[in-house]
Design a protein around this ligand. Structure first.
Ligand code: AMP
Ligand code: MN
Ligand code: MN
Ligand code: MN
Length: 280
């Protein structure tokens, strides 16, 4: 595929959700790092896309409008990335608005739970950390708690307070898998399972997830992800081949302070896979 971009990065975040950089800065950083096809995929919102796309056009860098949709599947939270979505599509817009409406209610419950665990004022603190008031998430809670000096870094906060089963974790019903994939498809996008190694699903659960995902019209999987080890890349390359899925490559960059992988710095896709950008 001689016309394939050499450096595609198809999953990252801006201040429209829980990233540190405004959309324009994400695009500039990606460009400076040599990315030639970038998807901005904020959690449950399309609000950063216009700004990002305008800057990508100015820099003559390939740009894919994207989103990372929060899903509840088999009582686990699973993330489905939509690539190449039409941001005007009413079905997708309404679906994401519903998810955001649930976020503030969840954030208040998290605040209560943390207060009972001895951390008062965290809801207000988390809201102050978020640039987009509709998109207060666990990352903002974690950053606020770190800023109080009670914990050294966000991963420690997740381990003690915000991970599943910890005192600040509250159950929440996100989108259904078939709805998330349906919204993405009705907006003309390609649905991709994000960072498949990061879920609390065993082999059987993952098989079930991919069976259902494909039945609903899902087409891709992140083989290379900023959160995948080398072994995990190999495992999901095999899965992509076995299930005939398009393969994606994605840093999941949030900011220099919180991401292991910078924009455009992931290893290349293993050979023999069909890259999702062949279809974008
Ligand atoms: P939410 O959608 O509000 O539940 O937040 C999910 C986000 O929290 C992820 O996209 C990450 O940005 C962040 N996150 C989840 N788990 C961890 C972790 N163990 N360490 C650091 N950040 C995490
Ligand atoms: Mn995030
Ligand atoms: Mn994710
Ligand atoms: Mn992400």
């Amino acid at each position: 595929m001689s016309d394939s971009p050499r450096n595609a990065d198809l999953h990252c975040h801006s201040t429209a959700s829980d990233g540190f950089l405004p959309p324009i800065e994400v695009v500039r950083r990606a460009h400076a790092n040599g990315v030639d096809l970038l998807a901005l995929t904020d959690h449950d919102t399309l609000s950063g896309l216009d700004e990002a796309e305008a800057e990508a056009q100015r820099l003559e860098m390939g740009f894919v409008p994207g989103v990372e949709v929060s899903v509840t599947f088999a009582r686990e939270t699973v993330h489905i990335v939509g690539l190449g979505v039409d941001r005007q599509n009413a079905t997708l817009v309404a679906g994401l608005a519903g998810l955001r409406a649930g976020r503030d209610e969840r954030a208040r419950r998290m605040g209560k739970a943390l207060e009972e665990a001895g951390l008062p004022g965290v809801y207000e603190g988390a809201c102050a950390m978020a640039q987009n008031p509709e998109m207060v998430g666990r990352a903002h809670f974690a950053r606020y708690i770190v800023s109080t000096g009670r914990m050294p870094d966000v991963s420690t906060v997740f381990r003690h307070y915000l991970g599943k089963g910890k005192p600040g974790y509250v159950e929440h019903e996100w989108a259904k898998l078939e709805d998330a994939v349906g919204w993405i498809r009705s907006a003309g996008g390609i649905a991709v399972v994000a960072h498949p190694a990061r879920y609390g699903l065993d082999m059987h659960g993952l098989d079930h997830l991919f069976d259902r995902f494909v039945e609903c019209g899902g087409e891709g999987v992140e083989v290379v992800s900023g959160s995948h080890s080398r072994d995990e890349v190999a495992r999901y390359a095999e899965l992509a081949l076995k299930r005939n899925l398009l393969a994606s490559r994605a840093s999941d960059f949030h900011g220099v302070s919180e991401s292991r992988m910078d924009l455009g710095q992931c290893p290349p896709l293993p050979s023999g896979l069909v890259p999702v950008w062949a279809r974008l």
